[in-house]
Design a protein around this ligand. Sequence first.
Ligand code: F6R
Length: 239
Amino acid sequence: MQIIEAENYEDMSRIAGQIIAREINSKPDTALGLATGSTPLGLYTELVKLYEEKRLSFQHTITFNLDEYVGLPASDSNSYHYFMKKHFFQYIDLKEENRHIPNGMAENLQEECKKYERLIEKSGGIDLQILGIGGNGHIGFNEPGTPFSAQTHIICLDQSTREANARFFPTMEQVPAKAITVGIETIMRSKQIILLISGKTKYNAYKRLLDGEITETFPASILHKHDNCTVIVDKETVC
Ligand code: F6R
């Protein structure tokens, strides 16, 4: 696991943007794994900037988002479908048919999970996966206790995750209890992984990640076993 200490949030986002741009410029049909949440917002701004400066095109790129809440339609401003469009997709030339996000409204959620996993497989697997980390060590929405062998599945969100995400919802009760998430095994099959960590609230998670014990009670710890994983952490987290 390689660790890059960025000066600040902007620097973290810029470094990640450059790695992604390099990857897409050398392999235009890159399958990119995407995350939502506050952490990658600066990265999306950076990628849009590179696109506008004509230094990057997503014309042949395929994307797979990590997760989506169960029960929220794409039109809901808290869905990850809505998030991706608002913060990234509307500004770039990524084709609609190449954007993939699990459907949390599917009638048969188990079937949706299998379908999503097959789609990733069919594209040849994820080339470059972007991850954030939860305070409890979750990656995607793989909460502590999720088997490392899990593929795309339905997860009951931890109370701590619901509380952390309550900032986006009018009331705590409206925070969904379940989500579809790409599994840990699927994430680990990615050829390259970039984990972004930013801010003081992630200090404990970062420290535990560095401690190195690989355990299902701290999902991100599995990343130590990946042979091409880069952690980009900002100074605010480290200090
Ligand atoms: C979101 C995701 C989550 C977030 C994590 C951190 O797609 O997969 O693992 O990356 O909850 O969220 P923020 O960045 O909001 O602290």
